[in-house]
Ligand binder design. Sequence first.
Ligand SMILES: [Fe+2]
Ligand SMILES: [Fe+2]
Length: 325
Amino acid sequence: MATEKSEVQMDLPDNLPEEERALLERIHAGELIEEMSDLTPRYRAVLEKTLTIAAQGEVTVLTWAHTGYDKAPDLGAKIAISASIQDEVGHAHQQGMLLERFGVSMQEKAFNEDPLRYISFPIMEFPVRSYIEFVVAQSLLDRSGRYTTWDIELHCSFAPYRRALKKVNFEEAFHFRHGAYWTEYYWNHSEETRQAVQDAIDWIFPWGIQWYGRPDNMKSMNDQITYQVRKWSNDTMRGKWLQNACKWLNRLKGAKFPAYFDEETSTWRINDDHPVPMNANNETHEWNREVVGWDDMIRYWKSGGPMRPSAYERLQREEWGELLW
Ligand SMILES: [Fe+2]
Ligand SMILES: [Fe+2]
């Protein structure tokens, strides 16, 4: 019987076709899959979905970062933002090229997608209000994004996807280190810039907490984990981000953020009174500091922030690049 010979120690549906089961056994034995011809329908579907979400997400960083460009105080800062935009174009391109192997046109996904249907985070649809906000966002959210892509580079069972992310992850690490360097600089520069850093932390940090979506116990069976497209669950990534981000923020003496160090477990924890999840207010550019259900939050994410759909419409008219220099 198929179920008895399976070595796969996972909660798999009984009616899983034999070809899926056979592929899962190869994957769980540690084999890396190289050839498109080896992809089973279900494995192919989860890879395609993961790549689509990732590639579109990278595209939506462009329009957000571009709003920061106008706020950059000097040429060095403008170059830093332009370089980061170039990197993000590359990340979309790397993953988009891989997506083409699945018969999906990245051109279609980036330029012909309905702007109301872009997959993104609402934070990417709020204009950047200052260069300080930009670098704080880099320090915290490129750090979040990098855990997602790093997991895939380290653990993905589809070898071409691992390779595609090597350069991506190097650059994401560069982004968050760049953000951290300048955040520290502004924290120590003057009373005024320190307050601006604090304001930016108040706005950005909660996006990091919610970045990875639903808690594990609210997710149904996850093909990404089953097929080892990724290894780290949402809660695992959130935990890694929280430890890493808080350890760094703690270096900014006196900075406030909604987490505390629990001496007993030697881990950072989110404050009990911090609402998770919560939604932001598109008019006031602030958090509605009250807990909503995860379904409500996902609904809000899908409807998006205040620059949706205008930012993507402009991207599709290819105007944004001309405005860079
Ligand atoms: Fe990126
Ligand atoms: Fe980045």
